[in-house]
Write a protein that binds this ligand. Structure first.
Ligand code: IDP
Length: 143
């Protein structure tokens, strides 16, 4: 059994539509524990740095503009195989390709306005958690 931590964002389109609670419910129903969380208004520099791997792609500037268009919720989720399991719970990037019952199939508006982010690998999870949280902001939940 591998207990992992993964990084998650409830993106501005979902925060604007008052979907924080229902999306958090999906995390908890799936057995993922929230071990850190906060609401943030990202700066342009923060959003550009977070999505640095996409710099130069045609959708980069609009992605950054979207991510700073309103507050986001950032959180760390913990659980068995949390990284892959949370990616499955979110569904594919494009909601039209996302499996029924996934967060993106149920709530996303479009490929860009797709409601949630989740780390895609252990290396990304470590980088992304560290990008937004200090180590002492994570609460152990071993119960
Ligand atoms: P992911 O969020 O499923 O990991 P990535 O490929 O890392 O997907 O893309 C990051 C984000 O950029 C997506 O979640 C989506 O909001 C946006 N995005 C990705 N590809 C496109 C595109 O082709 N057009 C518009 N936005 C895109």
């Amino acid at each position: 059994m591998t207990i992992e931590k993964t990084f998650s964002i409830v993106k501005p389109d979902a925060v604007k539509r008052n979907l924080i609670g229902v999306i958090y419910q999906r995390f908890e129903n799936a057995g993922l524990k929230i071990v850190a969380a906060k609401m943030l208004q990202l700066t342009k520099i923060q959003a550009q740095g977070f999505y640095a791997e996409h710099e130069g792609k045609p959708f980069f500037d609009e992605l950054v503009d979207f991510m700073i268009s309103g507050p986001v919720m950032v959180q760390v989720l913990e659980g068995e195989n949390a990284i892959v399991r949370y990616r499955e719970l979110m569904g594919k990037t494009n909601p039209q390709e996302a499996a029924c019952g996934t967060i993106r199939a149920d709530f996303a508006i479009s490929l860009r306005y797709n409601s949630v982010h989740g780390s895609d690998s252990p290396i990304s999870a470590e980088r992304e958690i560290g990008y937004f949280f200090a180590a002492d902001e994570l609460c152990p939940r071993s119960e």
